[in-house]
Design a protein around this ligand. Structure first.
Ligand SMILES: [Zn+2]
Length: 253
């Protein structure tokens, strides 16, 4: 699943089209159900803005195209007119380059989704106070891990960065949000922003400390990393039961 850093990377590549008049093709029939190319074709692309796991393309005249990549979507940017095989969802063609969306299951032509999203963890600088304010109003009985994955509270953190962040910050995903202090919440947000920024800049070495390391020894204390599904979507949490003390998810849920 693309997380915020993947989206920011795509947004950087897409900046090559910003300021250009773009020509729009919608080859994929499912995309055509969502987008009328005539609404965008020939307009100047004014900005490409990543927010969490979403990309917003702002066109002249106030048109906004929203793309969410879900599990499989991918934007590629290459020289205009490059041959391709397969049926992309959308092609935005500028003077020298074109952006091609493959498998992009969420596309819409309005800005409503923007209002539902929390502050972007990869904004520079991230607005931690805004995220903390949303967390302060959120359901205190939900687990901390689930709360941080809620894109309406904090935009951009997915499973993998959640596991790495909470391991780094030594915080359990299983404590109730209401039992996590403001300082701990801030620590988790700052840690997520730092790790994801390093990944985006290419300064974080590859590899994981908790994510998908179930049953293997914690690289800090040697205890075995555990995993358990969390939240309504049952997304897998990974944590070290020794350095990240908290309730056991089996008895907590
Ligand atoms: Zn440990």
């Amino acid at each position: 699943m693309p997380e915020g850093d993947t989206i920011h990377r795509a947004a950087r590549r897409l900046q090559s089209l910003v300021g250009e008049r773009v020509y729009v093709e919608v080859p994929h029939p499912r995309a055509r159900a969502a987008i009328d190319p005539a609404e965008l074709d020939g307009r100047v692309l004014e900005a490409v803005e990543p927010v969490g796991k979403n990309l917003f393309f702002r066109f002249e005249g106030g048109r906004v195209l929203h793309s969410h990549l879900r599990m499989s979507g991918r934007w590629s940017v290459r020289p205009a007119g490059t041959a391709r095989t397969g049926t992309p969802w959308l092609v935005l063609r500028g003077a020298t380059h074109e952006a091609v969306l493959w498998n992009g299951p969420v596309l819409e032509l309005h800005a409503r989704a923007r209002a539902r999203l929390g502050s972007d963890i990869l904004a520079s600088p991230p607005d931690f106070d805004a995220m903390l304010a949303r967390l302060a109003r959120a359901d205190p009985t939900r687990t901390f891990g689930e709360s941080l994955l809620d894109q309406s509270l904090v935009a951009g953190v997915g499973n993998m960065w959640l596991a790495e962040t909470l391991w780094e910050a030594r915080l359990s995903p299983w404590r109730r949000l209401g039992e996590v202090s403001e300082d701990e919440r801030r620590l988790a947000l700052e840690t997520a922003a730092r790790l994801m920024r390093a990944s985006l800049e290419g300064t974080r070495p590859p590899g994981h400390y908790a994510y998908r390391r179930v049953g293997r020894p914690c690289l800090r204390c040697g205890a075995r990393i555990r995993s358990h599904g969390q939240g309504d979507a049952n997304r897998m949490a990974y944590w070290c039961p020794q350095c990240q003390p908290g309730p056991d998810p089996v008895s907590a849920r």
